[in-house]
Design a protein around this ligand. Structure first.
Ligand code: FE
Ligand code: FE
Ligand code: ZN
Length: 325
């Protein structure tokens, strides 16, 4: 009798406790900011999370995010090396949507498998990228209004112009006017023949997509640094350049990573915040920048959950509360 009722009680308690803690944190943070903010200044709450494993479904990711004081998260839509996606579980999706509303979880970010290459020289691989992304976009409509990030691809000796043409063609085939998901091109480090190594290449892709209102850009701090944009010493100039070339209104998300390599290394090796060449202070300036602070930030640093919790706490501690944009 006793051992039968125990698991239920434990479950009820922990579920209730989770909701209580999550709500209390969210409401307290909002009230503190409301009282501290000067009149007439816009109140912005920091939206930050990290990459989470999607193996246990949406609700599990939502709970994990709340546990580490995140209010968003990123996840792979399927095995990062490609392959079949797990069957969607409608009751898990429903439970997550309710949980996200209750706990103030903001727009989440789906990440396409990083091995897809929409501009491969091999027609079968291009076709595989198109079908996989189309399937991902269909599935993402069950959690509407979020973003889907992908690596533009590698042109491998075909030249960047051919690469851009293939990528834009694919997007023109898979985007639908009625979709609610915004598709993001990620800024790349320029490793090998990666397309997206500079702002101009991303702009060129965006220019060729017909349904451009469904498109945006995700800026990865490690990648742009490796690509040669000095966000540690010239953040204002880099943001200005982004605005001139792409337009800040197209910037929808930031991947917040330190880099193991020096400026312009074209390597793409992420480091924990403060353990790389960009540095803690520079990344705190990124999070607080008036043109960026309203965006969602996603950590993709080499960490377990407790490491992510510490980095989220660090950024929350240093987030200035009443900046205006
Ligand atoms: Fe990525
Ligand atoms: Fe990234
Ligand atoms: Zn990377």
């Amino acid at each position: 009798m006793f051992y039968k009722s125990l698991p239920i009680k434990t479950f009820t308690f922990s579920f209730g406790y989770d909701i209580f803690i999550g709500n209390a944190r969210f409401i307290c943070r909002f009230l503190i900011k409301l009282f501290r903010a000067d009149k007439g200044k816009e109140i912005i709450m920091l939206t930050i999370g990290c990459h989470l494993s999607s193996s246990k479904g949406y609700l599990a990711m939502g709970k994990e995010a709340v546990k580490i004081d995140a209010n968003t998260f990123q996840f792979f839509t399927r095995n990062p090396r490609g392959g079949n996606a797990k069957e969607l579980n409608p009751s898990d999706v429903e439970a997550f949507l309710a949980y996200a509303r209750e706990h103030g979880i903001q727009r989440i970010l789906a990440h396409a498998p990083y091995t897809l290459n929409a501009c491969s020289a091999d027609e079968h691989l291009r076709d595989f990228a198109r079908r996989t992304m189309e399937d991902d976009l269909n599935r993402l409509e069950y959690t509407p209004g979020n973003c889907y990030n992908f690596h533009p691809g590698s042109h491998v000796k075909q030249g960047v112009e051919a690469g851009i043409t293939y990528i834009a063609d694919m997007l023109n085939q898979i985007l639908k006017p009625e979709q609610s998901t915004t598709v993001l091109l990620e800024t790349m480090a320029g490793k090998g023949s990666e397309v997206g190594r500079c702002f101009e290449e991303l702009r060129e892709i965006l220019d060729r997509v017909t349904l451009s209102s469904h498109m945006g850009v995700c800026l990865d701090t490690c990648h742009v640094w490796d690509g040669g944009y000095d966000i540690a010493n010239h953040l204002d100039e880099v943001i200005h350049e982004f605005d001139q070339v792409i337009g800040l209104k197209h910037l929808k998300a930031i991947h917040l990573n330190d880099s193991l390599n020096p400026l312009g290394a074209h390597k793409d090796r992420h480091a924990r915040i403060g353990e790389g060449c960009i540095g803690k202070e520079a990344l705190i300036r990124v999070v607080n920048h008036p043109a960026l602070r309203h965006l969602p930030f996603y950590l993709e640093t080499p960490n377990e959950l407790d490491g992510y919790a510490a980095e989220i706490a660090l950024m929350r501690e240093h987030f200035l509360e009443s900046n205006t944009i």
